[in-house]
Design a protein around this ligand. Structure first.
Ligand code: PNS
Length: 172
């Protein structure tokens, strides 16, 4: 297989708690524009997550195990520090609706302030994912709804495991 070392990579950061088909759609779209996509999973001890950082990274690595141009890493601290160390000049973020815009604009402008050489690119997911979010997936699953069409199979499996071991874990 051809090496992807040295090729331009874009960073796709997020919490991915858990990764959804909407995130997958953005990664696929980003991979059409950049030779490599580095999925950067936020490790934030202050934010309670359903899945640990290790679980979130392992799930996404498993999903893309046959696609070496999609890399997955955890990061903590400033995104601009992480992108600098990884040599990335672009950050990709998905924009689903106007409601995402204010938060995204604020982050993009802050990152621009911290590193003027870093560009944030916004991508629209397929219209069928505009309603989708990790929080809603957890809520729907916890209330007994089907998330089959909303997340990759490994995520559905993980949600089942979490729910079986601790039904309360999904209720927050
Ligand atoms: O999936 P999310 O939770 O919307 O992703 C948010 C994320 C990870 C992109 C954002 O919280 C982030 O970049 N955090 C790192 C800390 C940072 O760099 N903060 C300053 C810029 S806003």
């Amino acid at each position: 297989m051809a090496s992807t070392e040295g090729e331009e990579r874009a960073v796709y950061p997020g919490s991915f708690d858990p990764i959804t088909n909407g995130h997958m759609d953005i990664i696929r779209r980003g991979a059409k524009l950049f030779p490599r996509i580095l999925v950067a999973v936020l490790e934030n001890p202050k934010k309670a997550t359903l899945l640990s950082t290790e679980e979130r990274v392992a799930i996404i690595r498993d999903i893309f195990k046959d696609q070496p141009h999609i890399e997955v890493e955890a990061f903590h601290g400033l995104l601009t520090d992480f992108t600098r160390v990884r040599g990335a000049r672009a950050v990709i973020r998905g924009l689903r609706a106007i409601s995402d815009f204010e938060y995204e604009l604020q982050m993009a402008l802050m990152n621009q302030q911290l590193n003027p050489d870093l560009e944030t690119l916004f991508m629209m997911p397929s219209a069928r994912y505009t309603f989708l979010s990790s929080s809603l997936v957890k809520e729907v699953f916890a209330l007994g709804g089907s998330v089959h069409e909303l997340v990759p199979p490994i995520v559905e499996q993980k949600l089942r495991e979490k729910f079986a071991s601790n039904p309360e874990s999904l209720s927050s």
